[in-house]
Ligand binder design. Sequence first.
Ligand SMILES: Nc1ncnc2c1ncn2[C@@H]1O[C@H](COP(=O)(O)OP(=O)(O)OP(=O)(O)O)[C@@H](O)[C@H]1O
Length: 433
Amino acid sequence: MQQKTVVVDVEVRLKRGSLADCNSMRVEVIRWLETQQFELIPQSELDFSGCGNAMILAEVMRITIGEIDTPAFETLRPCTASLRVYVYRCEEAGCVEDTEGTGEDATPSCVQWELPNVDLDGLWESLIYERGVKRRLLDFVGTSLLFSDRGVNPMIIGCNRVALLHGPPGTGKTSLCRALAHKLSIRLRQRYPRGGLLVEVNAHSLFSKWFSESGKLVLRMFQHIQELIEARDVFVCVLIDEVESLSASRKSAMSGTEPSDAIRVVNALLTQIDALRAHPNTLVLTTSNITGAIDLAFVDRADIKQFVGLPTAEARYSVLASAVAELARVGIVTIPPADGPASQGLFLPFHQAALLAGAPSPGVSDGPAARSAQLMAIARACEGFSGRVLRKLPFLAHANYIQAQTANAGEYLAALQSAVLHEKKDRELLAAN
Ligand SMILES: Nc1ncnc2c1ncn2[C@@H]1O[C@H](COP(=O)(O)OP(=O)(O)OP(=O)(O)O)[C@@H](O)[C@H]1O
């Protein structure tokens, strides 16, 4: 018998209103998968329509394969993998804003999500980074939990359970933090049966017109977080966005242009973050656009500092391919029936597309190879664009160059190319001014 070595995480989302028992479902899914020979593709959805299991067909909405740590090109099948199956239900209500003040003066101090949350489901898979970025974040949490389980003395080995994601604007840092919190609430379900909570704080908002009140605001907010943490069967992620604004305030305070209030507020925040360390069911995720501007006191608290850069050619190709596939799914982009269902056969995988020499011949836009070559040329032209810009281009391509209910794939890709050229010109103009 072949040895089962590679661990594969499989997430099973139950349908809305499903009353299925998660443990029984887990057993059913494992039983089915262990007999299957198909290839497991990392971060893809599994087609289980032909599984022949009445319980799975009636109750399951989606089955997703997690990150797989095998060398690229190595084929992995369910029957030879070691499967870790997680069954979950999504909280249907979106985020809730906890605001300070009333009327015009109302300032959202934090936003709270119950996890797993329907609004965040699929976000992790939609974010495309170089190999290892997501794995590193998951491994960081794994090590943090192991150390706290084994009672490793924090005075001997520092572990604050604080992560800092930094990089250019629009590269998906905030989204990645939200997606990580959602993912953890699914994967840590056995440990935290009541699920998770994500409390999102925008650091900048702590220093706006509420400046003189900020100290109190920080304390009140962390008191609230402490109350949430008290329930030991809930995993609480605290996301602090734009942490560089804290340092800016502290620096200006130290140079004497601001009252000592600013120093007190930042110190209060750092003290509160330190206090969270005592609770193993918490994780602090922070983001920043300007790495150099972050307070060293803050940087030192982060156990890991993950740079999140502009998308690589492979990521750009995948983001754009997923956008065209989505438009094909809803029938806005059409593909010839001979190419198969819209969800498949639209584009070749990146490594195959990269082998296609140059752009496709003019006028030839049908068939996965021709489309992939065209998309590859577009993806290459998008060098320097952030993920945020890439996600907007497919909309602009339609709005500016199609303006019809449907377009064939060739027409749409030509529109996408025009949208990219337009975006580049806009950027050149902005840079020149
Ligand atoms: N690598 C990527 N893959 C897929 N989508 C991405 C990627 N990077 C960014 N996006 C998309 O861009 C949008 C903006 O992302 P987000 O706001 O999380 O970025 P950010 O880095 O936090 O930005 P900022 O620093 O300006 O706050 C999201 O819709 C996200 O899904």
